[in-house]
Design a protein around this ligand. Structure first.
Ligand SMILES: [Zn+2]
Length: 465
């Protein structure tokens, strides 16, 4: 189970509407509890990229150790495999099983099979509830999400959480997997939500902080921002929270330059990726509100990377998404204020707008149910107001000795030492501050009573600076 966010953000300054899709680091708690020595699923997933007459062709082949009559997928966000995956054998088809509510591979004749291949459509596809399968770069490179390919014979269960993958590519291209550049072919074991893998001709930029693949077609100002602002933001969060452990994170920024208006950002363990599916970036790049929105978008994604247990999850379930999304948005606000003096009024207007959009939204849905009712944006807006209040109360109660960062560092520690992630643990960490009025307002904001919830947010919004 994965979660996702779609927020329609109306900026008070420009009143333009941008579609922001942000995926984050949460992995279903059930998954993170799966035993580490889970056996691999009984299949090999082979991905073949080839180019014929400059047309890229991507093919995936599933080879099963035991023949099966059907294949199911771990991730079932929509029905688009039925049209975007083309079976290479006329007896094989992908159909949407209404009863199971998922796509299924089967043979038309009802025979068992031990190998099936599909030609994939390597263009950007917005998946409402998942990471995009492909993020094309304007120079012909592409990045794919491995988790999209995870499949199981017959049905997938929670025990199915380990896949063997191989990838072959043309000799004049290379692969960037886990920050490492490889030629020709590579194989790896994958699990949980999978990862993003780059294939193309672009050499990654390797700095002290990141291994980056930045689309050469992006406007100069965005490229510079990615190369300079993201390391600055990482340094800021590294200092305010804890430095990242392990290998350098990968940053992928791709630009499809096509007639559309969406962008998508996301994080997976040790990866940040951003994709712009639009064609007006050159015109937008000089617009200050666009620049601020983009910086905010970067800061939000970078913040996720530093949230506790970034491979284990922050919130326990979708209902609690205010915790990681609201936190990432408020941390973005803090980083923006700290790093860019000019951005202060933009940040203020985002906070005001978040308060307004939160209270408007809570008149229509409870926070817990917002993800079911098409109001995922409330986890950002209400969550940001909630975190802002916590920050101001903690600072006030400790005379500035501690802040929201202190609380999140403790959450990091608690989760790493085995406490369950989620709001219960988080709220426990607020108890020592002796701020019952804060806890009460948070409980009200998350309650099922609309009036109470709105009052809770109003109280939180008014907490002292
Ligand atoms: Zn996010």
């Amino acid at each position: 189970m994965n979660w996702f966010n779609i927020a329609t953000i109306k900026t008070a300054i420009s009143m333009t509407i941008a579609l922001l899709v942000c995926f984050s680091v949460e992995i279903a708690w059930a998954n993170s509890q799966a035993p580490k020595d889970t056996p691999s699923s009984n299949m090999l997933i082979h991905i073949e990229k080839s180019t014929a007459d400059t047309v890229e062709k991507w093919e995936v082949t599933y080879t099963l150790t035991t023949p099966a009559k059907t294949l199911a997928f771990v991730r079932n966000p929509d029905t688009s495999r039925t049209t975007r995956w083309l079976a290479q054998d006329s007896d094989i088809e992908i159909v949407f099983d209404d009863a199971k509510h998922q796509e299924v591979v089967r043979s038309k004749s009802g025979k068992s099979f031990s190998a099936v291949s599909f030609a994939l459509t390597p263009t950007y596809k917005h998946l409402g509830k998942d990471y995009a399968p492909f993020s094309p770069f304007s120079d012909g490179g592409n990045a794919f999400h491995s988790g999209r390919l995870f499949a199981c014979a017959n049905t997938c269960t929670e025990e199915d959480n380990k896949w063997q993958l191989t990838l072959n590519i043309p000799s004049d291209e290379h692969i960037v997997l886990n920050g490492k550049v490889t030629k020709n072919s590579v194989s790896w074991t994958d699990n949980n939500n999978g990862r993003v893998v780059y294939v193309g001709k672009q050499e990654p930029i390797i700095t002290n902080d990141v291994v980056a693949l930045i689309d050469p077609g992006l406007p100069e100002s965005i490229k510079v921002s990615l190369e300079e602002d993201i390391p600055n933001m990482m340094a800021f969060f590294s200092h305010s929270l804890n430095p990242l452990k392990g290998e350098k994170p990968m940053l992928l920024a791709s630009y499809a330059n096509i007639d559309d208006h969406s962008r998508q950002g996301g994080t997976l363990p040790n990866q940040i990726f951003m994709h712009w599916n639009r064609q007006d970036l050159n015109e937008q790049a000089d617009n200050s509100s666009f620049v601020n929105q983009t910086l905010w978008f970067f800061a939000h994604e970078v913040a996720h990377l530093y949230q506790p247990g970034n491979t284990e999850g922050v919130s326990e379930n979708k209902e609690q998404s205010w915790l990681h999304e609201g936190n990432a948005d408020y941390f973005a606000a803090i980083a923006m204020n700290f790093l860019y003096e000019d951005a202060n009024s933009y940040v203020e207007s985002r906070i005001t707008r978040a308060f307004e959009s939160c209270t408007e939204g809570l008149a229509q849905t409870t926070l817990a149910q917002a993800y079911k009712n098409g109001h995922f944006n409330l986890y950002y807006s209400c969550g940001m107001i909630m975190h802002r209040a916590i920050d101001s109360v903690v600072q006030q109660k400790t005379l500035g000795e501690e802040s929201l960062f202190t609380v999140w560092k403790r959450l990091q520690k608690a989760v790493n030492s085995g406490m369950p992630p989620g709001t219960a643990t988080f709220l426990t960490l607020l108890e020592p501050y002796n701020a019952p009025e804060l806890i009460k307002a948070i409980n009200n904001a998350t309650s099922d009573d609309a009036l109470k919830a709105i009052q809770g947010i109003e109280t939180l919004y008014q907490f002292p600076e």
